[in-house]
Structures are given as structure tokens and as C-alpha cells.
Design a protein around this ligand. Structure first.
Ligand code: PLP
Length: 414
């Protein structure tokens, strides 16, 4: 199965067990608890001598089927599925860090992640050094004896910064630091993280994986290439060798923080994974066409999209992302009033803050997802008041371009 193509694996990879009725679509096991045939079987399961499902907060057959599919698609070693992307980031990091440790992270992060690091981890004694994701030297300079993780996003939005993963992986390896990426916007279809030296990948499966924003979810994938004996927080698990990270995650952090994925959502996300490559091909093609159209418009000051020759990340993105450039793009208009007038004039494209939907969505980041940030913070992340972000969907590209053309008409003379 590992040698089959992505689409074949996405459709056929299944859980460790077949359904008893040989159903072609793995069923939705929606219940909370599972029965045991004897007290001995129950004792064996609770002591870890036997693998069986006992309670859905700990494990569930439908959730396990999603985890298995995700592991195969990432060509990883093991996956833990959780209730959201934020739950994935939280659990993965709490599993590796204790008070006194630090994270080196990109300064341009998803807002929730940035706030998690600043407002939740910092008071617990886990600090974060924010550095530009495209500055390999700054990343190296920020790592010290207490750094356990370098945390980056594969393509940061709304500024569309692409880190050089192979170069950063070399630095992380040299310093015995885990290289972890949030690959939500690239999905395993665009980015084969293990090939670029990453150790752990997290996704918000709420976005593209779910089939187009059908349900909340997240995953943590261990790519099976880190020596976990280097991580003090895993000291009680060092004897599990390559399984140490997943073992502690399953036995402690995942289980006791209670952020399990609903089996209903796992069912939808298995379905979503089967069509992921089809949707991403359409979405990336649409995004490229829209970016090129925007670049040719008078009212548009600049377009940020790694698929454009004008992007400083174009060559790097081509090498890292399977010849595709993702479904998110941003562009600058002359002023904030122009941005609002553009958004209000859209008719097919919807005003919404999500990404990875089948519908194309647009927003003004400075007044919405970054509304709580100070002017100085916005400046350091690189977000101008003139920026619009679009998450491109699977509609007909001509209709999307017509909608954008009409909405730009209103501000051409601004
Ligand atoms: C949406 C998103 C998250 C958070 O995911 P949730 O499922 O909403 O918790 C994290 N990272 C990125 C890049 C995202 O787009």
C-alpha cells in the first residue's frame, strides 16, 4: 500500500480490522463504551496486554480507521486523532514540554496558535521565541539548551510565507530539537513532511481533510524519525523507543485532557480524505488562475501567492509542495475602504473566516481574525489594513473570476 499512488491510498487504506460484515465503507461506531466477554479479557485490556476498545475517549474503531488512513497518507508511523486543530497543537506540545522548556516558532502563525503560546503556555512556564519563518539563521540563533521544538506552518497565511524545511530540519537535527509543522493548508497531498526531515506533523482536519469544512477535527502524526530519548518530558517512556512520543500521548496527554474526536466526525473525515486529491487539484488550479487574474488588475497593489513567479517563495514551494501552491491567497487593495467595498460587492464568494471549504471565502484579516492585535503586532506579522485573504473553493473558475472582476469595478477609481 505504501508504494501505491496518493489517490489509491486515500481510497483504499483502512483500519487494522475489517468490519465484521465486510462493509466497504467502514461503519460509524457511535457509542461510548464496549463490552468484554470476560473479566480476564477486561483486565488484560486495562493492563495493556491486549488491544481492545473499552471507552471512546480512549479509542474508537471509526476514529482508529481515520488515524490509520492518515498515517498511510503521511507515510508516517502512527497518528492520534483529536477534536480540533487547536487540540492537536496543544496535545502534541504538552506531550513534549515541561516548565522551563521553550518553543522556537514562526512569528506569523494562525491566530489561535499564537494566542495558545502567548496566553496559555507562557504562564505555565513554557516560553516561545518568535522568529521569521523564512530566516534560517534567526531560527538557529533562537535555539538554546532548553528548546525542545521548532514549530512552523507549511505556508503561513495571510502573508503566504514558506519556510525552507530541508535547511531547518538540518539545524533541528544538529540540536536534537523536534521539528513540528502545522500542514493544514498543504494537507498530506501537497506536502510529504517526512521527506523534508520533519518529525511530527499536525493538521486541522476541519479544513480540507474533512471534505470541505464538514466537521471539526485534528490529527497528530509521528513520522517515526526522532530519537525520543532526547526529550526529558518523555523520560518515563524512553523504554518504548521509537513509540515513546505516541505512547505518552495516548496514555496521558490525549486521554486525560479529553479532547477525543467524535466518531461522527471521523466518519465524515474518512470520506473527505478519499476525495482530497480531487478537490485539491481543482482548488490549486482555481487559486493559480485567480492569483494571475488579480496580478493583472489596476486596483490590485500586490498579490501574495507562492504559485506566482513574483513570489519570493515560488521555487521553494515548487520543490516542497508536489508542484502545487495551495488554495489560499492574499492581495492588497489601495485602502481599507476599498477592501470593505470589495467584500460587500461579492456575490458568489462568501464573507467568512474559514479556509478549506468547498465554497470560496474572503475576509479582511486586520479587522476580523487579527482584530485583537495591536498595530505593532500586526506590523511584525506583516498584516496591512489593505489586505484581503481568499480561501479558494471548487466552483467553476470563470464564475469566481467574474465575481472578483465585478467587485473590483467598484473600487477602480479609488
Ligand atoms: C484552522 C486552523 C487551525 C485550528 O484548527 P481548528 O480545527 O479550528 O481548531 C490551526 N492551524 C491552521 C493553519 C488553521 O488554518
Amino acid at each position: 500500500m505504501k508504494t501505491a499512488g496518493f489517490a489509491t491510498r486515500a481510497v483504499h487504506a483502512s483500519g487494522p480490522k475489517k468490519d465484521t460484515h465486510r462493509a466497504l465503507r467502514f461503519p460509524l461506531y457511535a457509542g461510548a463504551a464496549f463490552d468484554f466477554e470476560s473479566a480476564e479479557a477486561m483486565a488484560d485490556t486495562f493492563s495493556g496486554r491486549r488491544a481492545a476498545h473499552a471507552y471512546s475517549r480512549i479509542s474508537n474503531p471509526t476514529v482508529e480507521a481515520l488515524e490509520r488512513k492518515m498515517t498511510v497518507l503521511e507515510t508516517g508511523m502512527a497518528t492520534v486523532a483529536v477534536s480540533s486543530g487547536m487540540a492537536a497543537i496543544t496535545a502534541a506540545l504538552l506531550n513534549l514540554l515541561t516548565a522551563g522548556d521553550n518553543i522556537v516558532a514562526a512569528s506569523s502563525l494562525f491566530g489561535g496558535t499564537y494566542s495558545l503560546f502567548q496566553n496559555v503556555f507562557e504562564p505555565l512556564g513554557i516560553s516561545t521565541r518568535f522568529v521569521p519563518a523564512d530566516d534560517v539563521r534567526a531560527i538557529e540563533g533562537a535555539i538554546d539548551y532548553h528548546t525542545r521544538v521548532v514549530f512552523l506552518e507549511t505556508i503561513s497565511n495571510p502573508c503566504m510565507i514558506v519556510p525552507d524545511f530541508a535547511a531547518i530540519a538540518e539545524i533541528a537535527r544538529k540540536n536534537n530539537v523536534v521539528l513540528m509543522a502545522d500542514s493544514t493548508v498543504t494537507t498530506p497531498y501537497l506536502f510529504n513532511a517526512g521527506q523534508f526531515g520533519l518529525n511530527v506533523v499536525v493538521h486541522s482536519t476541519t479544513k480540507y481533510v474533512s471534505g470541505g469544512a464538514t466537521s471539526m477535527g485534528g490529527v497528530i502524526v509521528d513520522l517515526g524519525n526522532f530519537d525520543w530519548t532526547r526529550i526529558p518530558a518523555l523520560k518515563d517512556y524512553h523504554r518504548f523507543k521509537e513509540m515513546a512520543f505516541i505512547a505518552r500521548l495516548r496514555k496521558e496527554v490525549y486521554r486525560e485532557t479529553g479532547s477525543c474526536l467524535s466518531p461522527h466526525n471521523a466518519y465524515l473525515q474518512i470520506l473527505g480524505l478519499e476525495t482530497l486529491s480531487l478537490r485539491m487539484d481543482r482548488i490549486c488550479g482555481n487559486a493559480q488562475a485567480i492569483a494571475e487574474f488579480l496580478e493583472a488588475q489596476n486596483a490590485v497593489r500586490s498579490v501574495l501567492y507562492p504559485g506566482l513567479d513574483s513570489s519570493p517563495f515560488h521555487d521553494l514551494a515548487r520543490r516542497q509542495f508536489n508542484g502545487r501552491y495551495g488554495g489560499v491567497l492574499s492581495f492588497n487593495l489601495p485602502d481599507r475602504a476599498g477592501c470593505f467595498s470589495f467584500l460587500n460587492a461579492l456575490s458568489i464568494i462568501r464573507r467568512a473566516s474559514n479556509l478549506g471549504d468547498n465554497k470560496t471565502l474572503a475576509l479582511h484579516p486586520a479587522s476580523t481574525i487579527f482584530a485583537g492585535f495591536t498595530g505593532a503586532e500586526l506590523k511584525s506579522i506583516g498584516i496591512d489594513d489593505t489586505l484581503i485573504r481568499i480561501s479558494v473553493g471548487i466552483e467553476d473558475r470563470e464564475d469566481l473570476i467574474d465575481d472578483i472582476r465585478a467587485a473590483l469595478k467598484g473600487i477602480e477609481n479609488v
